[in-house]
Design a protein around this ligand. Structure first.
Ligand code: KG4
Ligand code: ZN
Length: 346
């Protein structure tokens, strides 16, 4: 692809419904966010300790129209001002994806607009390009080649990105995703869903060196593994409970968090050295984690792009941003496009 400066202007309506957030946003030229509306279902799912798929898809149906309407209003636009509609096609929950994709198709059919089916993981990576349109300063655009650590509830992977839309997966988790490990360990520690923010909060008052939890090295690969760590926490919790002592939740949370951050950080920095990249993107829900953010931002030898907190977890601005680069690359999907609940990025 050519330099971004030469790309034509376009305003993309992004729609995201892959899991438990119904989201819509307008992004101009791939970066300037004119609006970003997210209706979260967290409270609905909290009582199940995780996302209940049927509840999620029905809730998307109830809210998607209002969410899109609000995104247009906040951007002072109507559908006639939109150049294309980008929607998450996968990976995600089939019943949830269908709601967003069918809504996007309806808009494209009614307004004769191009439809762009976008990979959710690619969206997370493009969240590093997005900034609020009223920012005082335009943040530096990520420069290729770069390394992207993608850490979410469903995925943990390292990608080498040579140019827009060109991904080479170097490694991934062989078992649990980092976010999934946070969610499962939070349940063990009787903390609320989603686990990431609860563990982070508990960890604030804990000692990260209180327990020496394992860091799976996965030598000779760029892969990660978190199931051994989760089992180690489980064993410790059982022992403490059997002894009748009160659970030292804060120390357990802090020690677990330190192990996850250490594993993610160490491997990403080694890969950055190995592949001679100067810029790193850390994206996905777990990139909201304060300890993870600070270990990367303290590493001054690399330029590290971590999205604003509001863009770390699922949103539609990231889908609109990725959609822009596909749009200028000539993508136009057909109105019989199906959802892809499993869809690797590379
Ligand atoms: O990207 P995301 O919103 O959804 C997926 O695509 O999966 O990521 C959600 C995941 C959840 O597992 C949640 O526990 C985790 O991101 N998460 C965090 C934090 N905030 C969200 N993990 C650690 N620390 C956080 N502050
Ligand atoms: Zn996500």
């Amino acid at each position: 692809m050519n330099k971004t400066d030469n790309f034509p202007p376009a305003r993309i309506l992004g729609i995201e419904t892959s899991c438990d957030e119904t989201a819509a946003a307008i992004v101009e030229n791939g970066r300037a966010m004119l609006s970003n509306v997210i209706s979260t279902q967290i409270d609905l799912h909290a009582k199940y300790g995780g996302v209940f798929p049927e509840v999620a898809s029905r809730q998307h149906i109830l809210t998607i129209y209002a969410v899109i309407d609000q995104a247009l209003q906040q951007a002072h636009m109507n559908l006639g001002d939109v150049d294309a509609v980008a929607v998450t096609r996968g990976p995600g929950l089939a019943g949830s994806l269908v709601v967003g994709v069918n809504t996007a198709k309806g808009i494209c059919l009614g307004k004769n607009l191009p439809l762009l089916g976008i990979n959710h993981l690619e969206g997370h990576i493009y969240s590093a390009w997005v900034y609020p349109s009223d920012s005082q300063e335009v943040p530096r655009e990520p420069k290729f080649p770069l390394l992207a650590l993608l850490v979410s509830g469903g995925h943990t992977e390292l990608n080498l990105i040579e140019d827009h839309l060109h991904y080479k997966r170097l490694g991934a988790t062989t078992d649990d995703a980092a976010g999934e490990a946070f969610d499962k360990v939070a349940r063990l520690l009787k903390l609320t869903y989603p686990g990431g923010p609860s563990i982070q909060k508990a960890a604030e008052n804990g000692d990260p060196t209180a327990y020496k939890f394992p860091r799976a090295k996965m030598e000779g690969t760029w892969n990660f593994s978190f199931s051994g760590l989760k089992t180690a926490v489980l064993r410790e919790v059982r022992q403490i409970e059997e002894s009748g002592r009160a659970l030292p939740t804060e120390n357990l949370a802090a020690s677990f968090q330190a192990a996850v951050v250490d594993a993610l950080f160490t491997k990403t920095i080694s890969a950055a050295h190995e592949y001679h990249v100067k810029e790193i993107i850390v994206a996905g829900g777990v990139s909201a984690n304060k300890a993870l953010r600070s270990s990367f931002t303290e590493k001054k030898e690399f330029i590290v792009h971590i999205p604003n907190l509001s863009l770390c977890t699922d949103n539609a601005a990231m889908i609109a941003s990725a959609g822009y680069y596909h749009f200028v690359n000539g993508q136009k999907d057909s109105l019989d496009m199906d959802v892809l609940p499993t869809w690797p990025l590379s």
